[in-house]
Design a protein around this ligand. Sequence first.
Ligand code: ATP
Ligand code: MG
Length: 270
Amino acid sequence: MQYKTDRRVQSENVILDIRNLSLDYIMPGQNIHAVVDLNLVARMGKITALIGESGSGKSTVALAIMGIQNRNAVISSGEIYLAGTDILSMPKKDLRSYISNHAGIIFQDPVDSLNPLLTVGEQLMETILMHEKITKKQACAIAFNQLLAVSLPQPEELMKKYPFMLSGGMCQRVTIAIASVFHPLLLIADEPTTALDVTVQAQILHQLDLMRKRDGTAILLITHDLGVVAEIADYVYIMKDGHIVESGTVDDIFCDPQHIHTRQLLAGML
Ligand SMILES: Nc1ncnc2c1ncn2[C@@H]1O[C@H](COP(=O)(O)OP(=O)(O)OP(=O)(O)O)[C@@H](O)[C@H]1O
Ligand SMILES: [Mg+2]
């Protein structure tokens, strides 16, 4: 089976290239056009921010990239090139492993993202052993290193703990550890700090920035926090009612916004 690929995409350090994506939610009596003809690119070693008011379609885009769709979601057109291959042209049987080998996602509420019934070690080991045919001992060594890499000390102790025994910030680091265990080319962070207090927010963002610098990970950061965007993002996309209304470098967007909606967002009117 030959998938749709695009070499140009790979040569320009483009990890993610979404072209003309449209997605509807089918509801009784009405269809919600959650994503309309959307184009978006994320590059290696760069932070790309996706911002927009609540309900504009940001999480829908994130889930579509991860191949996770609600039952009532229908993609009516478009392509999602992840590492040069259009995932929408892939058969379902190959999709899961392809996506999980190339992309990871972390969500707003770290406590909800983790399984409350499994220890940190069990969750991390489960992910590692799902991907690699290695011994438990080897997987354990990877898990230790991974926890240290997200600045969680004493990994032996931590592996035995359940999520409820950890702070919100520690839980979010664990979700980053799980999402990044195979050094994904793309990490999607959907409002990763909204549920955390300000100091912890800064630490988590620092962690993402570190991954970008150290591993060259492309980060797609979904956030409401324009201060964060101004500080760490390289490129910005502004979304409204399923459409990208404006995009550009951080300087373009903050110094010379063109679209009225962007100006309103920046002025804090939305
Ligand atoms: N499963 C679903 N069925 C029907 N409509 C949905 C479904 N999921 C999301 N929607 C609708 O799709 C639109 C986009 O939702 P989405 O969650 O992507 O927005 P968002 O930009 O992530 O918002 P927020 O900032 O609040 O997280 C909204 O109108 C939402 O109500
Ligand atoms: Mg959302």
